[in-house]
Design a protein around this ligand. Structure first.
Ligand code: 5CA
Length: 152
């Protein structure tokens, strides 16, 4: 685990599942929580700059909405760009503790849960966090980001 992330995760319980938590579905199954409680940490290039969208596992990101907030055009980052910007491989990208400080946007639906689960830097590790702490530590902006969500 990267030094920065390890420090940020002090005090949080990191759970490791040998069966893997690479996708939101894998993570929800391993943890035994709802898909909506999984935090997908998706890296996009918005106006050429890497940004992170934290999206509920039950939702899909609407690139149009992200573009309005972060700048257009919006394109999904490939594996190499994701690693270069965050320091982590797809499937293990955490919601904070990235290599460079990145703008972070948080799906408002995540705020409706008492606790959510996010990747802890590896494709087999997750940690639980209250959504208000996720907002605080990530410095992210809560927004309507899901496809077919309420009109902003
Ligand atoms: N550990 C889990 C849940 S905590 C996790 O990291 N889920 S995730 O959704 O944040 O990461 C998987 C996501 O990476 C997929 O939803 C997909 O959007 C993206 N992804 C998977 N493969 C690729 C790829 N080849 N290029 C770009 N993005 C990809």
């Amino acid at each position: 685990m990267a030094a920065g992330l390890a420090q940020l995760l002090e005090g949080f319980e990191v759970k490791r599942f040998p069966e893997g938590t690479r996708t939101a579905e894998d993570a929800a199954r391993a943890i035994g929580c709802s898909l909506g409680q999984i935090v997908k940490s998706l890296v996009f290039l918005a106006a050429g700059r890497p940004v992170v969208a934290l999206i509920s596992g039950a939702n899909r990101l609407d690139p149009e909405r992200l573009g309005r907030l972060a700048g257009r055009p919006v394109a999904k980052a490939d594996a190499e760009t994701t690693r270069r910007a965050t320091g982590f491989a797809i499937g293990g990208v955490p919601p904070f503790g990235h290599l460079e400080p990145l703008a972070i946007y948080i799906d408002r639906d995540l705020l409706g849960y008492g606790v959510v689960w996010a990747a802890a830097g590896r494709p087999d590790s997750v940690f639980a966090i209250a959504p208000d702490r996720l907002l605080e530590i990530s410095g992210g902006e809560a927004a309507d980001l899901k496809l077919d969500g309420p009109v902003a």
